[in-house]
Ligand binder design. Sequence first.
Ligand code: NAI
Length: 246
Amino acid sequence: MTFDGKVVLVTGGARGIGRAIAQRFHDLGAQVAIFGRNVEAAQAFAQELSKSGAPAKAYGCDVSSADACNAAVEEVLKDFQKIDVLVNNAGITQDGLFVRMKDEAWQQVLETNLGGAFRIMRACARSMLKARSGAIVNVASVVGLIGNAGQANYCAAKAGLVGLTKAAAREFGARGVRVNAVAPGLIETDMTASMTGDQKQALTGNLPLARAGKPEDVAGAVCFLASDDAAYVTGQVLSVCGGMVM
Ligand code: NAI
């Protein structure tokens, strides 16, 4: 699998799963555009990547802002002339019991996890459709498929992302643009760092693969879906969850 000569955009690419995804694409030869809210962290990572192999560049972009999304995508197109692969990875949680969930927690999670993906896809789609080529991979979650107590906002956003993926796959397919999603299970990152060992054990102890996932586990699946090896795959959701969902 190679991404030589390809331009890959990863949102929330400075840490966690997004960082592992950006790293893997770069290892496979891609030029990488890293979008981050924290532009310094994204810049430090881009500089590290650029020391060997293809160039990488960081862009400050809060995906909950339409103006920021449009401006940052425009910058990427100016710098790299094209976007071959888009990975919508940026996401947040604001968990809480359903009846106590504040409108703000609902809106922020929906605006970031679902609205952000929509806005970046809309900003990238024109150039991909014109080029009649491209691959989009959205980072959803198993809880968007099966639900989870205390995460009504997050589950709704991730389920929405699955619907968005399928709608875009149907609309873009004839123009050579594929759209898929991965649905990670429990992955060891900052997002899950506040969970206790017992909580993690309760979720992973009975899994067929009996462990939490690593960011690199997700990166491999994302690269496959974006690659030519998946040329006949679109509108699919690939669970990367150690067998939590099957
Ligand atoms: P993380 O918290 O380490 O990373 C999230 C990244 O998204 C950070 O770089 C953050 O700055 C960025 N981000 C958040 N809001 C943003 C915004 N408004 N604009 C731009 N960037 C923003 O978490 P992790 O675990 O790496 O999560 C990555 C993705 O994977 C998220 O979409 C998450 O929902 C999803 N996921 C994570 C799972 C896990 O167990 N860690 C399981 C299933 C899905």
